[in-house]
Design a protein around this ligand. Sequence first.
Ligand code: AMP
Length: 282
Amino acid sequence: MQTRPMQTVRTLPELRAARAAMTGRVAFVPTMGALHAGHMALVTAAREVADHVIASIFVNPLQFGPNEDLARYPRQEAADAALLVEHGCDLLWLPPVEVMYPAGFLTTVSVAKIDAAFDGAHRPGHFDGVATVVAKLFGQVRPDIALFGEKDWQQLAIIRRMALDLDMAVDVRGVPTVREADGLALSSRNAYLSAGERTAATELPRALNAAVAAIGRGEPVSLALAAARQAIAAAGFEIDYVELADAALQPTEELPARLLAAARIGTTRLIDNIPVTIRASR
Ligand code: AMP
């Protein structure tokens, strides 16, 4: 277990001073808190590739729609800090909202095309909020490497494109999705699920895996996806999308691809994705 001290900072001058004292490579893990083993996989990966690890916790109002869960998003700063210490984080950046978005703030970062389908279509403005806050965090933290979860597949693609397009000189790396034993992807939002919803939620990864297996057996993509949608709906979900995406995050039926899904159960919206690498014979 890691026991070295972690510094926590809440102002830009403190962050800049702590960052300036770091020599060697700095890896950065941005989060919205309510940390779990998925986030810790990012911190562990960061620890392996850098001399210093910085994590941030900021529940970013810009990336929540008016009817989304900003107010009830779980906040548990002390438990989060303890987990970060345990996993070898050196510096925790906890900016208050008025530090991130002071009066007069006017700039938005928008990554076109990659944000058009999937979550971008279902959550208008969401990825502009994500790109804007991550651009700011990169400017504040000045990391050499930044780690993002593959669980948020479209987000990872958007951040990669933004870093490239805006010459941010940050090496953006993806980390595989961490799952519960029954296959459900870890998410801070899983805390919203009732016991019954939690049981039913297993159907989301199960149906995605079944679709990938069917495609691998040569079943047409459209039939495999229709069966997955039916199974997910039968478990009590309202589906936003269950579709294949190409490398540029455009809808496709060609392989290889990524199978992406978003669906709501009760008041909780879950997302997941898995690779589809086997070429179907049609
Ligand atoms: P969030 O706090 O939900 O904004 O997530 C912060 C980072 O953790 C993002 O890069 C997410 O993709 C990543 N993340 C969240 N859940 C998981 C998971 N189950 N496995 C791997 N990474 C994750």
